[in-house]
Design a protein around this ligand. Structure first.
Ligand code: UDP
Ligand code: MG
Length: 311
């Protein structure tokens, strides 16, 4: 098997047959064999039925992993990678925003250049609001500054890897998965190609601003412990400043005889320091919570059933 297409699906009922047709057309002249690995990530619509029908009717090998509930795209990608058997593995969305024709291009690049291990797509120009672009820029600057892992802005999960890289990603079996970081952490040589995301063929995107924000925090907590140092740094600075201020107060009293008036200062300082302390405890809490959940070693996903045709 040359290529596995791993396709996470969450409420993609209408897109599944469309996706299959597009792949069939685009790959008809490719001249190699490929399989489709769908993961039904706890969809509440008829996605599973669509996948079962496809599994029965498709003329290429199709596998369907049906999750017991919604575990998220990260878990779905992991499950798909685990089932994929191809020498190359492509991760691609079901909504046709990422055109299968580009996956073919990726395969050609890997064929032509043995020195690269992965071809990933990144979105060149996105039609996004200014505020979102601002937050995204800030996030990438922040995480690249503090993490040893490199995060490429606009890089998507849409990529084709050689088997050794896919297996390396599978070895990273942590519960809190932030694939952009994992793909980069495992190393290997990745080539980036620009692509323009298409409109969703049907259905709705599952990303809201709040979800993106939580996802960004997930990335930060998973790939750098720098926030933990915030407490140390702020603590150091406040301590130094306090000592300086202490001397100022003593001199004022002894030399100039000024009594220190300070009700406002004290209230502000108490509130400020209290706030900073709570923030730092919160940050520590985030790491402890993740450590706690990771130590339970819960599975990343649970499969209800697998389907497979015998093509
Ligand atoms: N997806 C998934 N589980 C989820 C959310 C999304 O498997 O909990 C799948 C979804 O079906 C699609 C892909 O992940 O194939 C990307 O999702 P979406 O289109 O909502 O994201 P966007 O393209 O807007 O980034
Ligand atoms: Mg999409």
């Amino acid at each position: 098997m040359k290529l596995s297409l791993v396709v996470p699906c969450y409420n993609e009922e209408a897109n599944v047959p469309l996706f299959y047709e597009t792949v069939r057309q685009d790959f008809s002249a490719a001249g190699f064999d490929y399989e489709l690995v769908f993961v039904n990530d706890g969809s509440s619509d008829g996605t599973l039925r669509a996948l079962q029908t496809l599994c029965a009717e498709a003329d290429c090998p199709v596998k369907v992993i049906d999750f017991s509930r919604n575990f998220g795209k990260e878990a779905a990608m992991y499950a798909g990678l685990a089932e994929a058997e191809g020498d190359y593995v492509t991760i691609i969305d079901a909504d046709l925003q990422q055109r299968p024709a580009i996956a073919l291009e990726m395969v050609r690049m890997l064929d032509a250049q043995p020195e690269i291990d992965c071809v990933a797509a990144y979105q060149e120009d996105r039609r996004e609001s200014k505020a979102l672009v601002f937050f995204k820029n800030a996030f990438y600057r922040l995480i690249n500054r503090f993490s040893d892992t490199e995060f490429v802005q606009g890089a998507s999960d849409f990529r084709t890897m050689r088997r050794p890289m896919a297996e390396a990603v599978l070895r990273m079996d942590e519960y809190f998965r932030f694939s952009k970081g994992l793909f980069s952490w495992v190393g290997f040589r990745t080539e980036f190609i620009p692509y323009r995301a298409q409109e969703r063929a049907s259905g709705q995107s599952k990303w809201s601003f709040w979800k993106l924000f939580k996802y960004a925090l997930e990335g930060i907590f998973a790939f750098t412990t720098a926030p933990l140092r915030v407490a140390t740094v702020i603590g150091l600075i406040t301590s130094v400043l306090s000592v300086i201020y202490l001397f100022v107060v003593i001199f004022q009293k002894l030399i100039f005889g000024i009594d220190v008036e300070g009700y406002a200062t004290i209230v502000v300082l108490i509130l400020l320091l209290g706030g900073i302390q709570l923030l730092c405890i919160g940050i520590i809490g985030e790491y402890i919570a993740r450590t706690y959940i990771q130590t339970k070693k819960r599975p990343i996903y649970i499969t209800k059933r697998k389907y497979k045709n015998d093509k």
